[in-house]
Write a protein that binds this ligand. Sequence first.
Ligand code: SAH
Length: 366
Amino acid sequence: MPSTATEQTTLAAKLIRRIETDGPISVSEFMTACLADPEHGYYTRHDPLGRSGDFITAPEISQIFGELIGIWCLAAWQAMGSPDRFVLAELGPGRGTLMADALRAARLRPGFGDAATIALVEINEGLKTAQRTALQDLATPIWVDRPDALPSGPLIVIANEFFDALPIRQFVRTDKGWAERMVGLGDNGSLAFGLQPLPELGFSPPADGNVPEGAVYEACPSATAITAALSERIAHDGGAALFIDYGHAEPGFGDTLQAVRSHRYDDPLAHPGRADLTAHVDFAALARAASGGSEVRPVIDQATFLERMGIDIRAETLARGQDEPTQSAIASAVERLAGTDQMGRLFKAFAFASKGINLPAFDSTG
Ligand code: SAH
């Protein structure tokens, strides 16, 4: 096994002890520990977002992002017949910025705010405090730690950069068939990747037969399980879902496990619990998972979603009468969000809804 210099974080030491006792762990078990270990996990310990954190997300770039999603939620609620009670949920709300901007925009229409129970799915205690503060003049949210614990009833659920943080399993094609990529110990005793042959294939890669040796197939069982459950529930209770994340719309192969620390790429094994670990979201897999319940829309890219929701008009309104630095800051934020060489193409928007609901940006308005 090639080994990597692993900084001796407390979590690294804990993982090394675990592997010494129980043997190598899957990439999924490694990610789960790094992101959600109750004591040392990346998302349980600290605030990863913003300039001083490890990465910046779309709602932190511009208020327009959340506002347009708020308008999307408002239109979905109206298409549902403006129910006088519904749950407006967000998975992984970060600092609460997206929900705050969304509510500010959507509450311009009377009735929406009164009808909505705001429910936030979050595991990070520090971020819950930030979310409470962001929403203090807008709503009194409730928190749950899993999507299946959301209150019942009609549901509109949104998520931005939530699914990329869920643990993936990686399968590698070898000359002897498929093997699972594992995290074990290298010669020097630090964490190292290795392979474990699969006695039986507990998953279905998009194609077999002609897969080249070395090809990596990724599966995210929790993402597909969450999507399937929400889709069934929405089909039953009524509602709509909008997930935005970076990833691919076509099934494919490739190692997309990525670590980011202080706005730089990092070795995924180097700082367990101290770097953000993500993987591309496989939207084809999410679409398959959702297809058993609700009506699934084709995946579109973030640029298309934002353009159809009116990002240019909103930017123009915001910029009107402002000084030059403010105007150019708005223009560069729009470019970052919707520019095709920036977030516009890599990020995708995926939606599904109960029967007969017209979803802005996804369905024709005709
Ligand atoms: N949506 C926000 C934050 C993205 S970061 C934004 O766009 O800025 C990922 C978010 O998901 C954080 O709030 C993190 O604490 C939360 N999260 C990560 N894993 C989670 C899990 N398994 N269950 C619930 N929330 C999780």
